[in-house]
Design a binder for this molecule. Sequence first.
Ligand code: AMP
Length: 588
Amino acid sequence: MNSFKALGLNEALLQAVSDLGFETPSEVQQKTIPILLEDETDLVALAQTGTGKTAAFGFPLIQKIHSESRTTQGIILSPTRELCLQITNEMHLYSKYVKGLNIVAIYGGASITEQARQIKKGAQIIVATPGRMKDMIGRGMIDISKIDYCILDEADEMLNMGFYEDIKDILSTTPEEKSTWLFSATMPKEVASIAKKFMFNPKEVTVGGRNTGVDTVQHEYYVVSGRDRYEALKRLADANPGIFSVVFCRTKRDTQRVAEKLIEDGYNAGALHGDLSQNQRDLVMNAFRKNQIQMLVATDVAARGIDVDDISHVINYQLPDEIETYTHRSGRTGRAGKSGISMVIITRSELRKIKTIENIIKQKFEAKKIPSGMEICEIQLYHLASKIRNTKINEAVDNYLPAIHDVLEGIDREELIKKIVSVEFTRFYSYYSKVKDLNTSESPGGKGSLNDMPGAEAQTGDSVRYFINVGEKDGYDWMSLKDFLKETLGVGKEDVNRVDVKDSFSFFNTDASLTDLILSTFRDFKVDGRYVNVEVSKNPESGGRKGRDKGRRKKKERRREDTGRRSKAKKSGRRSGKKKNKFRDGFY
Ligand code: AMP
């Protein structure tokens, strides 16, 4: 069936379809519309956003509603305010030739009395976020006891965001004989259990592949001593310069405290928890959406409303009390077809919880080490270099160029590069060149020396760390870079590990026996006409054996050069006043 008419749509809808310029029904529309128009049935449809699923349930719903009656006949639950408004807009467009149809959106963060007023006028279809819907039912502002249709859109997302209880409560106030249509991009077991519990013999429709949605997130844990949690958090942030993250704490107090400390230390951080007013929460969320906040420290409850797609990292500052909550936390990243990383900062005594989580998520964690100070310096240095390279030139500088040339006269290119980089790097280096290793060995009485030896994992084994000049900007994430290396080198998946992708460069480790193969493979190696260059990491602590001595020498030299500046930096206070922000800003 490749026309909307053949699917069984009525004139009013066909007219709207024609106005919208839709020519042929999409796959999900072809598969669902005839079923929904023909039968009164429950349905489970697996379809991603952007496949035309709103019309797939919207067209049949509009066609089946009796617009001459003012009773609420259909509800659509969606995870976020944005999606709720988007669905409502689309539904308005689809139903523009249907007289008397009133479709109302209700969602948190806006006036509840105004929304109640709209509903009172008679809304045959209500599009809602679960929290607000439950609230309004509780206050007697909405009556859904006579609905015929209940649509759960992006069911996996709603569950990820912790709306299970709300959905359950809402469904319990609806009539049993209604039809439920569930749309979801993925089918984790929580969604399957909703389908089982609340639906009767649902028909199933799948568009594209069946995706469990778990493999887009890499899970990592870092074992530290309890008192080093905060320091570990900072290092994880510093080792990921482009980080855009949600940091989960267990209590409101910890959330506030960690956010305050991060801000004090010059990070772009914000707190989100239940003790803040709605207004304060809106301000924080807006700043987060605009990427002005890179580390959003949140409680589980407050994080329910987070509807941002590009979160690169979820950091579990502490594990949740209810271990199942971990799935909701990690589901904040790796969304909308992107990959993400979920990190857990953990103490040795909590380690067994990792096993429990692995059983729940059916995925293995990677045991990782908190980066050493020198590893962070190396990452920041490359980040700085790529930032300089990608900086858009400000033409206003032209007027001052002759004078600038005068000031910089006599300095050659090599020296100039060193100086430019040092402007920002020295402050970073002077902090990180003297910090301790934070890693704790996993077993008590195990290799305690790990404590004293930065990046020991890389040094004790025969592991070598490499730098490669491709990163996120080239479209790589940890998964695809690992695949690329594996294929290019003709080695196994286990041979390439510790893949860390940064914005325009990355790092990875292999066994030392592969170093010659790697360096020879990537000699004069081009992808799409561009040189892809791999070098043994110059950082002495990260296992770059060849670079180690050189690194040490360099470090000493730099130290000597640095001494003067460092004491100055100390006086001006890395950790006080405006300087701190400047320190951080330079690296983001
Ligand atoms: P959705 O997956 O519902 O978010 O839809 C994605 C976009 O595709 C929306 O902007 C719809 O207006 C549009 N759309 C839905 N169905 C069709 C169709 N059959 N042909 C062209 N565009 C469509």
